[in-house]
Design a protein around this ligand. Structure first.
Ligand code: 5GP
Ligand code: ZN
Length: 144
């Protein structure tokens, strides 16, 4: 895609600090470095978000994640953990619409990266959980 910043990085038209590349993905340092070592794993095929992946692309892209994650972790003994995050849609904080997976090394709980999982469990009864469960199952059955 001509006006896509990540396609330009993949093509080498825009420089990046690449740490890994093969025929399926390119992994390079995120310019923002939310924490040191913050890396993006990007499929070379331009897909907007996770909703556009097929099974083969997902298998190919996600099979690359563990070895890149391990390499980042081993690169610095101060790294104690890692958040692996994928944003889909503006409402979910996606800002570059070429799908990518964030690998965010964690040093301490106060290292600059935050995620909040609100616990709304007290607002749900069995009927509500079931309604949501069944709606999703129906869509998955329709996908077969
Ligand atoms: P999103 O918000 O879509 O999940 O993440 C997009 C990420 O791309 C952001 O963390 C942002 O810092 C990063 N980014 C945007 N433009 C560039 C760029 O030109 N080079 C690199 N390396 N990262 C970029
Ligand atoms: Zn692209």
């Amino acid at each position: 895609m001509t006006d896509c910043i990540f396609c330009k990085i993949i093509n080498g038209d825009i420089p990046s600090y690449t740490v890994y590349e093969d025929d399926v993905v390119k992994a390079f340092l995120d310019i923002s470095q939310s924490t040191p070592g913050h890396t993006l794993v990007v499929p070379k095929k331009h897909v907007k978000d996770m909703f556009e992946y097929d099974e083969d692309l997902a298998a190919a892209v996600f099979s690359r994640i563990p070895k890149i994650a391990r390499a980042i972790k081993k690169s610095n003994p101060a790294i104690k953990g890692m958040n692996i995050v994928n944003n889909n849609g503006e409402v979910a904080y996606q800002s570059v619409f070429h799908s990518h997976i964030h690998l965010i090394p964690r040093y301490t709980t106060e290292d600059g990266f935050k995620m909040i999982f609100t616990d709304n469990g007290d607002k749900y009864d069995e009927a509500k959980y079931k309604e949501i469960q069944e709606a999703i199952i129906k869509q998955l059955e329709d996908e077969q």
